[in-house]
Design a protein around this ligand. Structure first.
Ligand code: NOJ
Length: 748
């Protein structure tokens, strides 16, 4: 039995004089904690500093014990050879980490007990899992979250996810994904915060705050993992796992900023990506992993490889075999091997051959141990076993998911103010494959979310429009060519005043390895819409999907369009509230909707073309259908002139910009002011405009409010070169907000 100094007084009373003397001597020696057989090791003393505990433990560990800390096994749901679910007896007691696909705290405790009690040093396992947009209380996919432009709501939702995860035995989430993505054919656009670097940075930080809370040691905090470092969003042709041609300039300008922000915000871990960066895979990239991340940014956490990313170095043509792959990844800076088992099989030999120095092993182990101490795993290794009814889907947590869903929905079109739709409407047709489907509303990577937990659109509309007759017909499936349901759908439409047509993507169409060659909806859905249009009844088109869609043929058929993304468990009521006007929509697009797939890539912060008015497509328009930032409201907002504290500043002066926005309509509404800056002449050509700040506020009908942006020249007017060095050059700049634009000068 061991005791620590809080228990000392009681013990002293009960001891003989001799023992008291012995204890006194130990105290004099500075020992603060004791075991029956001697002083408690520093690493086991919760009162010692984390650094002291890490160093103490490190010096007690054998090489084998160290290497085990750098390996991650998986438990469940796959055929990987090191998948050990259900065979906890075979799990080596000393493993460093486990991907825990389960949700039972009891099973986790069993594995943990083994690590704590059956190993020489009792080092706890860290349990990781992909908790991407909720654990059981699933909230909107990240692409939708970003459309809320409300980071506070995202922090709140991530707190819920963290709590449910921790109570289920998960200490570490592989989230947020902050890969800027501009090719909507890539299935993983759904997992990130859209096309803009700044938006990804803000929401990445918001989610880190939600997951990690005030302190990692809080019982409901989980460690976050920024992923996939770096350039993964650029997979060529939108094909997953494909080559990515990331130029050094775009690396620094577009892909790095969210990661730098996430590291500054204290994200505990980072995942190295699958893709190449100009011929060097991200998981073997010393420059990005060590030189930049660890040396320049002083990242103190650890880097975990993506699943199989080390083994894949062979396919990527930079390693001849598993041993070389391990050497390259480890020496580049990947601290933990996810699922490949390459480190345990090769590191010892690589050390003996003097290819890997012990200092590098110690550095990696130190990083892993530090997080385990920070999470409190040494002192509280087990999870209290609670009932699932206490753990999941608590009313306040669902409310957080609903609020976020409401603000993530984007009103793309609203002809003749057809929306909001009166709750006194007599007959409403609700049609389409999404209408009565919960499963797909929860989206991809939905952890332990269940379709059955999700409010369906149909169910929620029936509640919200309880005075109306709801005429439901599915019409067609998501894909295929079965049109046998069209007749019923047309009949439902014919007897209705309005059609709410719910189209979209299945959840399995986005996420990992789910690229599509076209971003149009399958022909059967488009045909259903065209047939319904012939009834002459107005169509309110509801879209649930995980990527921007090609709406060239659908948009003209609809009087109104609401993009709801994959909104999670509370998506049904969130949409019903918007349709009835109980909630005024306030989402704006975090990603551009091209008019057709052929326009890809198209994003707002492109560089100016050499011939700006030329270079157009001969067969399609050049402009996308909806730009980044597009989103309507049931009210109207009018922007006053932008006022500047000065029209000329020096490089060390701040510039205050203000714009007054008036709600000129008749209902209250929330408006997000997006502040863009453009730098028309620079030594490295700049994008036509770049988002630098945004703020969302509620403005009551008939009221005005002032939005303020404090421009810090170094932060907001400088730009990186191909090695990340920032340049601040004098000259003219433009500041834009809403339909307003103003010029100012930065002195040389
Ligand atoms: C592979 C995915 O790329 C990554 O995002 C995920 O976190 C890991 N698998 C673990 O599931």
């Amino acid at each position: 039995m061991c005791i620590i100094d809080t228990q000392k007084n009681q013990l002293l009373k009960n001891l003989s004089v001799m023992k008291k003397i012995t204890l006194f001597v130990l105290l004099l020696l500075g020992t603060r904690a004791f075991c029956a057989d001697g002083p408690v090791p520093v690493y086991k003393n919760p009162k010692a500093s984390i650094d002291a505990r890490v160093e103490d433990l490190l010096k007690r560990m054998t090489l084998e014990e160290k290497i085990l800390q750098l390996n991650q096994l998986t438990a469940g749901r796959n055929n990987n050879p090191n998948n050990i679910e259900g065979k906890d007896r075979d799990i080596p007691a000393g493993i460093g980490s486990l991907i825990y696909f389960g949700s039972e705290p009891g099973y986790r405790n069993l594995i943990q007990k083994k690590a704590m009690e059956q190993t020489r040093l009792g080092i706890p396992v860290i349990f990781g899992y992909d908790v991407i947009h909720g654990f059981r209380t699933v909230y909107p996919i990240s692409l939708g979250q970003a459309c809320s432009f409300n980071p506070q709501l995202v922090t709140e939702a991530c707190k819920v996810a963290a709590k449910e995860a921790r109570l289920s035995g998960v200490d570490w989430t592989f989230s947020p994904m902050i890969d800027v993505a501009r090719d909507p054919r890539w299935g993983r656009v759904s997992e990130g915060y859209g096309e803009d670097p700044y938006t990804n940075a803000v929401f990445g930080v918001a989610s880190v705050k939600g997951y990690q809370g005030k302190s990692l040691s809080d019982p409901y905090s989980v460690a976050a993992c920024l992923k996939h470092y770096i350039g993964y969003g650029l997979s060529e042709g939108g094909r997953d796992y494909h080559y990515a041609d990331v130029s050094p300039q775009s690396l620094w300008e577009t892909y790095m900023p969210p990661y730098e922000a996430g590291v500054k915000a204290g994200a505990a871990t980072i995942m190295s990506a699958f893709n190449d960066i100009s011929g060097t895979p991200a998981s073997a990239n010393y420059y990005t992993l060590t030189e930049v991340l660890k040396n320049r940014w002083h990242f103190k956490g650890f880097v975990v490889s993506d699943w199989d990313a080390i083994q894949q170095l062979i396919a990527q043509g930079v390693a001849a075999d598993r041993k070389e792959a391990g050497l390259k990844a480890f020496m580049a800076g990947v601290d933990m091997d996810m699922s490949d088992d390459i480190y345990p099989q090769n590191l010892k030999q690589l050390i003996n051959e003097k290819k890997v120095p012990m200092s590098r092993v110690d550095d990696a182990v130190r990083r892993v141990l530090r997080l385990k101490f920070q999470l409190g795993l040494f002192d509280h290794p087990y999870v209290t076993v609670t009932d699932t009814t206490q753990r999941y889907l608590q009313p306040a947590d669902k409310e957080a998911a609903r609020k976020l869903a409401e603000e993530s929905m984007v009103l793309l079109k609203n002809q003749e103010h057809i929306l909001p739709l009166s709750t006194q409407t007599k007959q409403i047709a609700v049609i389409g494959p999404v209408a009565n489907d919960g499963e797909d509303l929860i989206g991809n990577w939905s952890a332990h979310g269940r379709g059955a937990d999700a409010e369906t659109i149909l169910g929620s509309l029936k509640k919200e429009y309880s005075n109306s007759n709801i005429n439901y017909a599915k019409g067609c499936d998501f894909d295929g060519n079965n049109e046998s349901g069209f007749e019923e759908a047309i009949a439902a439409a014919q007897k209705s005043d309005v059609i709410i047509l719910c189209l979209g993507e299945k959840k399995s169409w986005t996420g990992e390895n789910t690229s599509r060659s076209t971003i149009a909806l399958p022909a059967v859905q488009e045909k259903l819409a065209a047939e319904l249009k012939k009834t002459g009844k107005p169509i309110i088109l509801i879209l649930s999907n995980g990527r921007p869609l090609e709406l060239m043929r659908l948009e003209p058929l609809a009087s109104a369009i609401v993009e709801i993304w994959q909104p999670g468990v509370a998506g049904g009521s969130a949409l019903a509230n918007i349709l009835s006007g109980r909630v005024n929509p306030s989402g704006k697009l975090s990603i551009t909707f091209p008019l057709t797939t052929g326009q890809i890539p198209t994003y707002y912060d492109m560089r100016q073309a050499a011939r700006p008015f030329s270079g157009k497509y001969q067969d399609i328009p050049t402009n996308p259908l909806y730009w980044f930032g597009h989103g309507l409201s049931y009210t109207t907002f009018s922007y006053g002139n932008i006022k500047l504290s000065s029209d000329k500043i020096t490089k060390t002066q701040k510039l205050i910009a203000e714009v007054e926005v008036a709600n000129t309509g008749s209902v209250n509404g929330k408006e997000t002011v997006l502040w863009f800056i453009s730098d028309p002449v620079a030594s490295i050509s700049r994008p036509m405009k770049e988002l630098k700040y945004f703020e969302k506020k509620e403005i009551a009908a008939g009221q005005k409010t002032v939005y303020k942006f404090e421009i810090d020249p170094m932060r907001d007017l400088s730009f990186p070169d191909a090695d990340g060095k920032r340049h601040l050059e004098g000259g003219d700049f433009y500041l834009m907000a809403g339909d307003q634009k103003v010029k100012f000068q930065l002195a040389d």
